[in-house]
Design a protein around this ligand. Structure first.
Ligand code: ADP
Length: 252
């Protein structure tokens, strides 16, 4: 395994009730990577993240995270699941949501200590939400809640950050800010972001893969028209006409 390799998948297959969802996926993510995986809804993106987390066992193939099994490396992975915004009246503070991210690391008494609180404070500072720590989570905007969920993933000091459709509930005006936050984080950890939203992802990531059962990955941002069409099963004009920056697409 390469020294800087954070994730390695070799010929990974996953099935639900006998139906293949991942079909021979091979992928390598290195320490400095900011990888975007795009693909249509139902293409297997969430399943892939769960395989990397060790929450779903592949039916075939090899998965390694930081040179170990996903289960053994899970405490080094920060995971931001697809956001379901909190009910405005749900009685939990920002501070407690973030502390929950330390749960896998707290001692045998399951009581948060000084170190946990320091980490929570630092994570909230990183995402610019420390001033909001005593507010009720549900009273925040979608973009603010998203930042809190990222802080929650950061308190475990991950070496790999996985984000599932992170901009789904962030209004367009806040998306730039959100990606700037990730830009800062990528100095400290590998980031894998999955989304069906090709435009949002393509500007900021360093590498792009396309997933629709099979994964098409060339280790760069250059995606051919054929790959995009094969992934989305429709012509590129329908996917991204006039919206995807051309530096992402090869000649078409
Ligand atoms: P994406 O994140 O790209 O939308 P998913 O990985 O969530 O794709 O889902 C891929 C396919 O697997 C979809 O057809 C979905 O309906 C199916 N699927 C996902 N989770 C389950 C499950 N727990 N049981 C059965 N089928 C599932």
């Amino acid at each position: 395994m390469a020294h800087d390799e954070v994730v390695r998948l070799e010929d990974v297959w996953a099935h639900y009730d006998g139906v293949p969802v991942l079909e021979g996926v091979s992928l390598s993510v290195e320490r400095d990577d900011f990888l975007g995986i795009i693909g249509p809804n139902g293409g297997g993106k969430t399943t892939l993240l769960k395989v990397i987390l060790g929450l779903i066992k592949p039916s075939r193939g090899m998965v390694s995270v930081l040179g170990k099994t996903p289960e053994r490396s899970r405490k080094n992975i920060g995971y931001v699941p697809q956001v379901n915004l909190f009910d405005p009246d749900f009685p939990i503070s920002v501070w407690n949501v973030v502390l929950m991210g330390r749960y896998g690391r707290v001692g045998p008494l399951r009581w948060y200590g000084k170190k946990d609180r320091e980490r929570a404070q630092r994570a909230l500072q990183t995402v610019g939400m420390l001033d909001h720590k005593d507010r009720q989570i549900g009273k925040l905007s979608g973009g603010e809640q998203q930042r809190v969920f990222i802080a929650r993933a950061l308190v475990s000091e991950p070496r790999l950050l996985l984000l599932d459709e992170p901009t789904a509930s962030v209004d367009p005006a806040m998306q730039t800010e959100f990606y700037e936050l990730l830009e800062g984080l990528k100095q400290r950890m590998a980031i894998v972001l999955v989304s069906h939203d090709i435009t949002a992802v393509s500007i900021y990531v360093d590498k792009i893969a396309c997933l629709n059962g099979q994964l098409f990955y060339h280790g760069s941002k250059e995606i051919g028209v054929e790959v995009l069409e094969a992934t989305y099963k429709c012509p590129v004009q329908m996917i991204a006409h006039g919206t995807v920056p051309h530096r992402v697409l090869m000649e078409h």
